[in-house]
Design a protein around this ligand. Structure first.
Ligand SMILES: NC(=O)c1ccc[n+]([C@@H]2O[C@H](COP(=O)([O-])OP(=O)(O)OC[C@H]3O[C@@H](n4cnc5c(N)ncnc54)[C@H](OP(=O)(O)O)[C@@H]3O)[C@@H](O)[C@H]2O)c1
Length: 318
């Protein structure tokens, strides 16, 4: 079977398409005949060596969707032929950029009839992230105001939909060309993140009770300045290792809570994925697949996910 691997750390050109052995299926795992794979910025962090990998060569990738072909000992939720999707691989264990993947059953859920493997793979990591942020950490309540930084991004465009589905009023920042799309996904207002008066514009629209921050290195102070009293700020992403406050005092007066997270730590991923699958089936939270690439073109997809501006997700197909 084919697997995309890196044998050393580096740029996208270190990815090679290799002939690899079908992985052994350990107890608690299932072997998945992979049909689609979500591409995420984090896949590139492992490739570059910014995040550790347990061995080289290494298969990157967190998201997958496909068909169960072998069921390991102790697995009762799945049988051969089931359509499944999942996330959380590629961190401390081999990843998903391969035609066959041995995946922990706890990281998987069923794909409903009528839902494509591409959509399921596109939703897995970003949906789990948005769920962990809004449901577990922030406890978003109906009629609260939620601000999503980067509302056109992989996480952002799903977070906008989840917040809207939870009954929130949704504000989102995005490049201007995507404002119509972001509104169509459920944002009540969209703001160009490049505008100089962004804080004033967001404040005029209504102070957010919850903020999902995909660029924490830029917005820690901004979030404090615009948040409502009692605001919950969930930080998930940063482009540099630097960031901070110029006036931290405002955080105290507003009783703000900052929560930083990684979706890899999400407990009971299978339960979260099962709920997300229901929302996907009902059309309440649907990923936008901007482009699909053949598995062999994974290097181009990894370049594009970091460098190009688009709405939604990139997906590999086998
Ligand atoms: N902690 C976690 O569990 C977790 C999970 C998923 C993702 N992440 C991280 O979260 C970040 C976003 O992930 P993603 O998959 O959504 O990436 P993505 O698809 O590349 O989306 C990034 C979004 O941010 C927008 N953006 C760029 N510069 C911005 C700025 N200064 N202010 C506001 N928005 C800006 C982009 O818009 P334009 O393209 O129009 O510029 C794009 O819509 C990444 O750092 C990723 O590693 C963390």
């Amino acid at each position: 079977m084919h697997a995309v691997r890196f044998h050393e750390h580096g740029g996208a050109d270190v990815l090679t398409v290799d002939d690899a052995e079908t992985p052994d299926v350990e107890p608690g795992q299932v072997l998945v005949d992979v049909a689609a794979i979500g591409v995420n910025p984090v896949d590139t962090y492992f490739r570059e060596g910014a995040y550790p990998v347990p061995h080289l060569p290494f298969v990157p990738g967190s998201d997958l969707a496909g068909t169960v072909v072998v069921v390991g000992d102790g697995v009762e939720r799945f049988e051969a032929g089931d359509r499944v999707y999942g996330t959380g691989l590629g961190n401390g264990m081999s990843g998903t950029y391969a035609e066959e993947v041995a995946a922990p059953a706890d990281f998987l859920a069923h794909v409903p009839d009528g839902v494509s493997f591409e959509d399921a793979a596109a939703l897995a990591l970003v949906g789990t992230t948005a769920w962990q942020a809004f449901v577990h950490h922030a406890g978003v309540e109906p009629a609260e105001t939620v601000l999503v930084h980067g509302g056109s991004g992989g996480v952002g465009h799903v977070a906008v939909q989840l917040a809207e589905t939870m009954g929130a009023r949704v504000l989102a920042t995005a490049s201007e060309e995507f404002h119509g799309d972001v509104r169509a996904l459920g944002a009540d207002e969209a703001f160009d993140y490049r505008r100089d008066d962004l804080a004033d514009a967001v404040t005029a629209a209504g102070a957010p009770d919850v903020i999902l921050d995909t660029h924490m290195d830029r917005y820690l102070q901004f979030n404090a300045d615009v948040a409502a009293t009692g605001g919950r700020i969930v930080g998930i992403g940063n482009d540099t290792g630097e960031g901070g406050f110029s006036n931290i005092g405002v955080t105290k007066g507003k009783e703000l809570r900052y929560q930083f997270m990684t979706m890899y730590n999400t407990p009971e991923k299978d339960a979260v994925l099962t709920r997300l699958a229901s929302l996907l089936e009902r059309g309440d939270v649907e990923p936008v697949v901007h482009e699909t690439y053949a598995l062999e073109d994974a290097a181009e997809a990894q370049r594009a996910v970091l460098e190009d501006s688009f709405l939604g997700k990139l997906v590999l197909t086998t």
